[in-house]
Design a protein around this ligand. Structure first.
Ligand code: TMP
Length: 226
């Protein structure tokens, strides 16, 4: 548990990670709603994006008609350009005010997707991440883990219910997503204190409770019941 002094001075930075269809966005909203309900000033952000500049970069990365030829290196740099902006424009100022920041993806996504998935050299990936974030690091990362088949199934059902919007990254093959999932496993193994793996194959409520148990342990004593 963090002490109240840490919280007031540094805020609290929580990130969500996982492959496509892991249910991150739903759980981000649920957690933020609960924190907000308990009286914590809570800011929800996402990557890539989260700032006006970042949202333009997100469009280029994912949906632009002109992004077919994007190289893995350009992808790495654009992800981190968006991140550098988000860190300085929103995350640091919010933490400095003692707020809770909940971010849907952060730099572990780059390690998993550009490092393990696109197979860029991990030390180079780390150098770029370090430039983008400096010492702004999450206090807690919730890794929502689902099997590749659950991920594919959820993605298919999402695609069949929403209007079709092309997404360049989702067009990658199954081996790519298997490498990404393996990358997340390695990240969780390397930093078990920060990165808490949550079984996200269950229903929304079960996953929500598992997440809350983790978050509760790092909330300051002033409001940690609930
Ligand atoms: P999402 O917001 O629907 O999760 O889409 C973001 C996509 O961008 C997802 O496919 C993961 C990918 N991504 C990376 O490849 N590297 C990164 O650093 C980040 C933040 C996201």
């Amino acid at each position: 548990m963090l002490d109240v002094f840490h919280f007031i001075m540094k805020g609290l930075f929580i990130t969500f990670e996982g492959t496509e269809g892991s249910g991150k966005s739903t759980q981000v909203s649920l957690l933020a709603g609960r924190l907000y309900g308990l009286g914590y000033t809570t800011r929800v952000l996402r990557e890539p994006g989260g700032t006006p500049i970042g949202e333009e970069i997100r469009h280029t990365l994912k949906h632009s008609q002109a992004n077919d030829a994007m190289t893995a290196e350009a992808e790495l740099l654009l992800m981190n350009a968006s991140r550098a902006q988000l860190v300085r424009e929103f995350i640091r100022p919010a933490l400095a005010k003692g707020e809770i920041v909940v971010c849907d993806r952060f730099y572990d996504s780059t390690t998993a997707y550009q490092g393990y998935g696109r197979e860029l050299e991990l030390p180079m990936v780390k150098t770029v991440i370090d430039l983008a974030v400096g010492d702004t690091r999450p206090d807690l990362t919730l890794l929502l883990a689902v099997t590749p088949s659950v991920s594919e199934e959820r993605l298919r059902s999402r695609q069949s219910t929403l209007p079709f919007i092309r997404d360049r990254i989702e067009e990658a093959d199954r081996e790519f997503f298997e490498r990404v999932a393996h990358g997340y496993e390695k990240i969780a193994e390397a930093e078990p204190q920060r990165v808490r793996k949550i079984d996200a194959t269950g229903d929304v409520e079960t996953v929500r409770q598992a997440i809350w148990r983790e978050v509760e342990t790092i909330l300051p004593t002033m409001n940690a019941k609930a």
